[in-house]
Structures are given as structure tokens and as C-alpha cells.
Design a binder for this molecule. Sequence first.
Ligand SMILES: Cc1cc2nc3c(=O)[nH]c(=O)nc-3n(C[C@H](O)[C@H](O)[C@H](O)COP(=O)(O)OP(=O)(O)OC[C@H]3O[C@@H](n4cnc5c(N)ncnc54)[C@H](O)[C@@H]3O)c2cc1C
Length: 381
Amino acid sequence: MDFSWSQEQAEFRQRVADFARKELNDGLIERDRRGDFNIEGWKKCAAMGIQGLPVLEEYGGMGTDALTTVGILESLGYGCKDNGLLFSINAHMWTLEIPILNFGTDEQKEKYLPRLCGGDWVGGNAMSEPESGSDAYSLRTTAERRGDRYVINGSKVFVTNGSVADIVLVFATVDREKGPRGITAFLVEKTFPGFHVNRKVDKMGLKTSPMGELFFDNCEVPVENRLGEEGMGANLFTHSMTWERSCILASAVGSMERLLDICIQYARHRQQFGQSIGKFQLVASKIVDMKLRLESARSLLYKTAWLRSQGKNIFMEGAMTKLQISEAWVKCAEDAIQIHGGYGYMEEFEVERELRDAIGSKLYSGTSEIQRSIIASLLGL
Ligand SMILES: Cc1cc2nc3c(=O)[nH]c(=O)nc-3n(C[C@H](O)[C@H](O)[C@H](O)COP(=O)(O)OP(=O)(O)OC[C@H]3O[C@@H](n4cnc5c(N)ncnc54)[C@H](O)[C@@H]3O)c2cc1C
């Protein structure tokens, strides 16, 4: 395993971090308060090539390998404090672009990927329902074939980007009796008749990432918008979840490094009892723990991406990567608040927001409990 960056990769990473710091952070406290999505930032990221990183060049992407992709997303997370924007970008990439790239027809790839990579369209995926979360395949949304179209009925919750999305990958069942083998995926455009955004949802963190509840009332979807065959939806979902779990928290590793840097600075300069607080072992050991968590999270991120580049099955590594980084990120954000004392609790220091943003990572893409269950079952338990 060789995780050293080539000069070209290192320069790109630096360029992305500089771009993010300069272009994506202004006005974030207000945007977070209002829950505003930064569409200009979204377009600027697309112009840098971010949304298209793992997509082949012929479809408007950059075609970078998995390790380079996570390395660049890590740099983006180091420079960009807007975790909500980055979360929206990740949802768009892993749960929509990747399934289209891997399971789409040539027509679907040609029609949708250039718009998604170019930032002209925002997308997401809709699996969760009011009654089915972790037990995703017990979903109730139905899709009935009628001639050259399917008619979808049901509702979806917690859809990242849902309230602003131009297109959503919707999972529905063509036959509930078939269980997971009835689940089928559809590319549903917002203009299709019967597609409604029920309401925009407000959250604890990641407030700048829009979320919506979707409602399908006899929603008509042309047959050519089915992604994959009937009954392939569960396979397709597992495939995109594996990508997502292994990559979605690359930017969180960048965020952890940023938190570490600001904590070191603060601990050096903040004086109490006549000395810098970093000289107190109880404070220094928190910073050491942050450094350890960062390095182990990064190692797992890179190793999993490297294994993918080698064509290995990374189902277990994906679950471990997601679990490890999410829990490390939450702990780092908590430590960062503690090191900053009362100031860490105040909005203007921009540390409390990191904790609110980080907590969601233990829930989305499968909760920590579900990741532990996956790992346990793969260990034969
Ligand atoms: C910020 C955010 C963004 C999201 N974005 C999307 C999106 O874009 N598209 C989408 O479809 N969904 C999205 N989700 C939904 C997310 O996938 C679900 O919240 C998650 O799968 C858990 O489902 P649930 O909330 O219904 O909780 P439940 O499944 O009801 O779980 C409740 C609790 O029970 C535990 N539990 C459940 N089953 C087991 C088990 N077998 N063993 C042990 N413990 C268990 C869970 O771990 C959890 O602690 C998002 C969620 C969040 C928070």
C-alpha cells in the first residue's frame, strides 16, 4: 500500500483546500441560522470538478480513482467549514451519480450525468419512509407498470436535497410479497406529474443541506427511467451504500484536521493560571486523542479506498470506515468545544456547529448500530 500523493495529486489537493477556504465559508453563520443552501457554492464546487470526481470523463466527470477522490474530498473538508454543503454534494455523488454510472443505460448516463457533474442539477435518493428506516427493504411505496410507464404511490422522509432536487432516485416495490426482490429503482424528475415536495424539514445540524419529505400521488415515470431491472433495487442500493459508507466522511476527516489545528492554536494562546492551557496535561491529552482519532480515521479511509481501487470487495471496510470516522468526528467536536471552554459553546466561535453537524453522521447511511451489526455478521457472529 502506498498512500503518498504524486505531485499532481498534492497540487490539486492544495488548490481545492485554498479554493474552499476562499470561496465557501463567507456568511456561513447566517446561512446556518436560516438553513440556507449555498447554490452558488454548489456551482463553484462543480466548476472545480468536485461533483464529477468519480464519474468518467466522457460523462462530464474527472474519472479519478477512489483514493484520489477521497483525498480531494478530505482537502475540501479541511478548507470548507460548510459541512451541510459538503453533505449535499456527497449525497448527490454517492446515491445518485454512482448508481447511474454503474447501472444506467447509455441514454440515462448521457442524459443525466453531465448535468449532475456540471452542477446544473441537484439530486438525491429517496429510500427512507415513515415506517421503514434501518429496515429499509420493508418500504411501502409502490410502483405499478401501466404500458410504457410506472405509476408510483407513497411517501419518503429524510430526503437529503429533496426540497431542491431536480431528480431523485426513488425506491419502490413492484410486488410487496417478493420482499427485497420486489424493490426497484426509478429516476424521478421533479417535473413528472404527481411528484410533490411535501415539506422542507429543519434539522439539528447540517442545516445548510436542504432536506425534504416527498410524496408520490399517481406519479408517472416513463419505463426508460427505471434504473436497472425490476427487482434489482436492493442490489443497487447496497452497491451505492457501500460507496457512500466508504467515501461520505472523507470531508469529515478534513474537518477533524481543521478542528485539531484550531485547538492547538487556542491551547497555545489561551492563558489561565499564568500559563497557556495547552501546558495542562488534561488539555494536552485531549489534543493528543484528537490527533490519534484523526490519524486512525484517515488510515482507514485511505485503506478502504485503496482496496476499492484494487477491485476488492469492501463491504465490511465500508461499514468500518463509516462507523470509525463518524464516532471519531463527534468526539473530536466535543473535545474542541471543551478545549475552548465557554467560548466553544458560542455560535461565533464556529465549534458548536461542528458538533451539531457531526452527530448526523452516526445516523445517515445506516446508523452506528447497523454498521456494528453488519461488521458482526461478517465476522460470523
Ligand atoms: C442527516 C440525515 C440525512 C439523511 N438522508 C437520507 C436520504 O437522503 N435518503 C434517505 O432515504 N434517507 C436519509 N436519511 C435517513 C436515514 O437513512 C435513517 O434515519 C436511518 O437509516 C435510520 O432510520 P430511522 O431514522 O427510521 O431509525 P430506526 O430504524 O427507527 O432506528 C431507531 C433506533 O433503533 C436502532 N435500530 C434499528 N434497527 C436495529 C437493529 N437491527 N439492531 C440494532 N439497533 C437497531 C437504530 O440504530 C436507532 O438507534 C437521512 C438521515 C439523516 C439523519
